[in-house]
Every structure is written in structure tokens, then in C-alpha cells.
Write a protein that binds this ligand. Structure first.
Ligand SMILES: NC(=O)c1ccc[n+]([C@@H]2O[C@H](COP(=O)([O-])OP(=O)(O)OC[C@H]3O[C@@H](n4cnc5c(N)ncnc54)[C@H](OP(=O)(O)O)[C@@H]3O)[C@@H](O)[C@H]2O)c1
Length: 293
């Protein structure tokens, strides 16, 4: 076991982690790291990913094997724990494909090991013990992670290196700060946000977020920002946003890493984003946790 080294490993045996792992495993060995020993043991019996039965090579964090490349696919609040596990796996690089901006937490915990954040629009959700792939998307990775992009392409995913990954992350954040809180608060699928009475709030969230994200490096003008968000809501009209799924399942949401990140950026710029502050407070209330001050 000491000499076992995997070309690729995934930390987070949830919806997206298992979806990626199952496809990658058809091309070569993949290590999956679950939250704990109990979860690892349960997963060794196999898990249904769509129509496929997948028997993962799954480990508890304390038993995580060495790996060349580690993908982090835990929820944002678990990033630091996952990064510590990743570091112990002595990889060449650690890549987050999470939502929200988690790169700083990841890099701080990974020390000298290269760590960065890409984005993905692949979709999957948990349905009891099963994982249901919910749509093929595209995965963009930062320069330095060419080997990861190549492995994903070999496994049949659409993936590529994006030279301006920072701008791509901000464009994803724009979509997430607009769609996720509203879908969770109103408990509607994404497409309903384009209709009254939600549309006015959706557009207010985009219009408030745009100048803040633009000042941070977003490469979209105001019209393109609205168009991007509307296009995603249209393309995913029947989907339940992840924040809505979390609320319905009684799980903690990623509001801190998504809207919380925008609020921090706005505060640093002296910008006011009142609709986002209200959305943040309301989602925190839904979670039953402390609201924003
Ligand atoms: N699902 C999608 O379609 C999608 C699309 C794009 C981006 N994303 C992003 O991808 C990330 C993962 O999303 P998801 O939907 O796959 O979430 P998920 O289903 O909740 O999966 C996360 C998994 O990580 C496990 N975990 C938590 N802490 C851990 C730790 N320290 N070590 C190892 N495993 C740990 C969780 O264990 P438990 O089961 O015990 O909680 C859970 O199984 C999120 O940032 C999300 O926003 C998701």
C-alpha cells in the first residue's frame, strides 16, 4: 500500500466527485477519498452513477494514497479539510472545481504544492444513494493543469486549459450569485427565475454584482452579464440549483463561498450591493444559522 501511487485522485465522494471518478476510472486508476472510514466502507460495495454500477477505489482521508493530481470536489465549507488531505497525498498539483471562490483557502492549506481553481458546468445530483448525471458541460482548468485536462478529455469530458481562468471564475461567480440564492429562496427551478415575479430580482442581482466583478477582472460588459445569466437560466430551466437542493435536503449551503465572497469583494471596493446582502441574510435564515449583521 505504501508504494501505491494513483495518477489521479478525487477528494469528495459526492455527486460531482463520483460522476467524474466513474468516467475517469474507465480510462485508468482513480482514487476517491470519502469524508470518513464509514463512508469509504459503504462506497466499496458500489454506487449507481446513472445506469452504471461503479466500484470505486475509495479511501478514508487518513488512508489517502499518494497521487499525481488531486481534484477537490467537496462543498466549499469543507475545502480546508480536503486541502490538508490533498497535501498529504504529495501530488504535483491540486485542482478545485468547486463553486464559489475557494482558491485562496486551498492554496494556503497546500503550502508549496501548486493549487488552483478551475470551473465546471458538468452537472450531477444525489438521489438517495445514487448519483444522477444531470447534464454534460465544460471544464476549464488553469495553466499548469494540462495533464488533468488531457485525462478529462480522454474520459470523454469536454475540458481545456483556459489562460484567463480568473475571468472565467468571475463569470461563473456572476451566474452563481444571481441564480443560486433566488432558486433556494423561492424553491423554483432555474427557468422560473426568468419570469415574474422573480425576474426583477434576478436582474437586480446581476446589475449589482456586475460592477464589483468587473472591477475584479470580469471580462463581460453589463449587457453581456445579463445575457450570460439569462442563457444559463434558459439552458438549465428544468434544473434545481445546488443551493436549492441543499436547502431541500437540510444541508448547509455554499452561500458563504458564493454571495459571501461577493459581499467581501464589494466591501473592499466600498460598493453597496443591498440585494445581495438581503439574499445572504435570507439564505442564512433558511439554514437556521446566524444572519448577516
Ligand atoms: N453537483 C453539480 O452539478 C456541481 C456542478 C458544478 C460545480 N459543483 C461544485 O462541486 C462541489 C461539490 O459538489 P457536489 O454537488 O458534488 O457536492 P456533494 O454531493 O455534497 O459532495 C461533496 C462530498 O464531499 C464529501 N466530503 C466533505 N468533506 C470531506 C472531506 N474533508 N474529505 C473527503 N470528502 C469530504 C461529502 O461527504 P458527506 O456525503 O459525508 O457530506 C460529500 O460526499 C461544490 O463546490 C459544488 O458547488 C457541483
Amino acid at each position: 500500500m505504501d508504494t501505491l501511487r494513483f495518477p489521479i485522485a478525487i477528494i469528495g465522494a459526492g455527486a460531482l466527485g463520483l460522476h467524474f471518478a466513474a468516467r475517469l476510472a474507465a480510462q485508468g486508476p482513480v482514487a476517491v477519498v470519502a469524508r470518513n472510514q464509514e463512508r469509504a466502507v459503504a462506497l466499496r460495495a458500489g454506487v449507481d452513477i446513472g445506469a452504471q454500477r461503479y466500484l470505486p477505489n475509495v479511501f478514508a482521508p487518513e488512508d489517502a494514497p499518494a497521487a499525481d493530481w488531486v481534484l477537490v470536489l467537496v462543498k466549499a465549507a469543507d475545502t480546508a479539510d480536503a486541502a490538508r488531505t490533498a497535501r498529504a497525498m504529495a501530488p504535483r498539483g491540486v485542482l478545485s472545481l468547486q463553486n464559489g471562490l475557494t482558491g485562496d483557502v486551498l492554496a494556503a492549506a497546500c503550502g508549496a504544492i501548486p493549487a488552483d481553481q478551475g470551473i465546471t458546468t458538468e452537472g450531477a445530483f444525489r438521489d438517495g444513494a445514487r448519483v444522477v448525471p444531470s447534464g454534460a458541460g465544460e471544464t476549464l482548468v488553469p495553466p499548469g493543469f494540462e495533464a488533468v485536462a488531457a485525462a478529462l478529455v480522454a474520459a470523454g469530458f469536454r475540458a481545456r486549459v483556459e489562460p484567463d481562468i480568473a475571468a472565467a471564475r468571475l463569470a461563473k461567480l456572476l451566474v452563481n450569485v444571481a441564480i443560486n440564492p433566488l432558486a433556494a429562496l423561492f424553491r423554483v427551478p432555474n427557468g422560473a427565475l426568468l419570469e415574474a415575479p422573480h425576474r426583477v430580482l434576478l436582474d437586480a442581482l446581476v446589475d449589482e454584482a456586475w460592477p464589483v466583478l468587473r472591477a475584479a477582472g470580469l471580462q463581460l460588459d453589463a449587457d453581456a452579464a445579463r445575457t450570460r445569466v439569462h442563457a444559463v437560466a434558459t439552458a438549465t430551466a428544468g434544473n434545481r440549483a445546488s443551493m436549492l437542493q441543499d436547502v431541500l435536503a437540510g444541508r448547509r449551503t455554499e452561500i458563504d463561498a458564493i454571495t459571501g465572497t461577493l459581499l467581501a469583494m464589494a466591501a473592499a471596493q466600498g460598493a453597496d450591493v443591498p440585494t445581495h446582502r438581503a439574499a445572504f441574510t435570507l439564505v442564512k435564515r433558511l439554514e437556521g444559522g446566524p444572519a448577516a449583521s
